[in-house]
Design a protein around this ligand. Sequence first.
Ligand code: CA
Length: 546
Amino acid sequence: MKKRILTAIMAAMVLLTGCGGQAKTQKKASNVSYMESVNGKLKANVPDDKYRTTYEIFVGSFYDSDGDGIGDLKGVEEKLDYIKDLGFNEIWLMPICPSPTYHKYDVSDYEAIDKDYGTMEDFENLVNACHKDGIKLITDLVLNHTSVEHPWFKQAKEYLKSLKDGEKPDAKKCPYVNYYNFTRDGSESGYAQLAGSMWYYEAQFWEGMPDLNLDNKAVRNEIKKITDFWLDKGVDGFRLDAVTSYYTGNEEKNIEFLKWLNDEVKAKKPDAYMVGECWTDLTTYARYYQSGIDSFFDFDFANNDGTIVKTVRGQTTANGFGEQMVTAQDEIAQNSDGKGIEAPFYTNHDMARSAGYYPGDDGSKVKFAEGLNLMMSGNAFVYYGEEIGMKGSGKDENKRAPMYWTSDSTAKGMTKGPKDMEVFDMKYDPEDKQAKSDSSILSYIKQAIKLRNAFPAIARGTVAVDENASGDDILVTTRTPSDSSIEPVAIVYNTSEKSANLKTSDLPDGFTKLSGVLTVGKERITEKDGTITLPKETIAIYTKVD
Ligand code: CA
C-alpha cells in the first residue's frame, strides 16, 4: 500500500516536471536558508537588564498613521510588531517635543509633544504598548541648548532689549537672563548677537540653539522637573544629546554635570538607562564613564571611517578588530569600576547610511558590518532603515529619509520625509520585498538579533581574543559572563572576502558545538579532517557540549 502511494507521488512529480514543477521544487529547496537551519531552533533568552538591542527612530520619517505625510507616535505604535519581530527590546525616539525645526533638536517646550507627532495621550499609549511587548522606551534629552522659541529665551530676550544702555540686568526682575550665557562682549567665539540689542548669547551649534547656563541652580531645577516629568510618563531612560558641549571645552565640568544628572535621574528611577552622545575618541568617551552614566556611544567603531568599516574593508585585520574590542572594554571598565555598559552602533542620524560605503556591493558588506555591530558587547544600537540597507548621505535631511516600507510612496504609512531632502533612489529592495526573501539584508539582521537574544553572553560576556588562533582573516574570541548562570560562548569570525580556515583544535577549550551562524551568502561552514572552513564574511557561535 505504502509503495503504491509513493509510486503515485513519483508519477505526479514527473508530470509536474513536465509543466515546470521541477523548477518550483528546486527553488523551494534552495530557499531553505542555511542560517535558519542552524539558528532555527534557538529561543530568546534575554535577562531583564540594560544589555539591550535598541532601534533608533526618527519619528517624522518612520510611519504616518493619519495620512498627512509626517510620521507620528501612533505610527510607531502601529509598527511595534515589526520592531518586536526583528528582536529589538528597546526603542530610542529622536526628539518628540515641540520645536520649530524638522529635526526637533531645538526644543521650545520640554513637557509636551510636537503636534506633528501627535498628542501626549498618543505618547502614553505608545509607552504602554511598548511595555506590554517587553520593549523599553528611551527619549532624546537635549540639555545643552533650547530653541530661541523657548519661553525662557524669549522672556530673557525681551527683558534685555528693554534695558537702557549701560543698565545691568537684574535676575530678580527676569530670572531667565541667567538661564543662558549672555554677554556684551561680542568677540567670544560661539556667540551670536541678540537681534536689536547690544547683547550676545552663547550658541555653539547655531544661532537658533542658545546654550543653557548649566551652572545655574534654577536651570538644574528645571532639568530635574523635566526628567521627572518623562519618568512619570513611564520612559525607561534618556539618550543625552551633545554632552561634550554642555561646557564647551571643559571635560571636567561636563562629567560633573553628568554625575549630577545621573544621581538625580536614578534617585527617581533606580533602573533608568542613560546613554550619552560624546562624539570623540575612545580614550575621551571612556573617561566620561566616570560620571556614572550607563553608556556612551562607541564612536570609534562607527561611521564610514570607524573600526567596523575598516574591518569590513580589510584595512583592519580580524585580529585587530578583536584587539580593539578588548581595548574599548578595558578602558571603559577602568573608568567605571567595571559598571559601564558599552553602546556599540554602526551609523546614526548624523552619519551617511552604510549602503553608500561599499560601491557595487550585493548587500554582503552591509550585512556583515551590521553583524559585527550586533555581535558586540553592551547595548547595541541600529538606526532605522539600516536593517534594509537604505541609502542617504550628504545633507542631514537625506540621512533621515522616509522608511522604505514599500516602493509605492503613496502607500498607507509612507512619509514624505524632511522638506529639504533631496530626491534619490534606494539601492536595495523595500521592506515588504525583503521580508519575503531569506537572503535579504533584513533577514540577515533578524538572524543577527536572534543570536544576540539567544546567547546573552554576546552582550554580557568579557571579550578575550585568542591571539594564537587569530590572524588577518580569522578572529577567535570568547565571551565569558561574570554571571555563571549565563552560558559562555566562543565567537569566530572570518572578516575577509574569501573563505578562510582554522584548525578545529584552534577552537577555545571545550567550545566545539556550532550553535549559531551568520553568513552573507548561502555557502555553509564545513569541517573536514580537523579543518573548519568559514565562508567569506562569516560569524560563527560555538558553545560547549553539555
Ligand atoms: Ca502623521
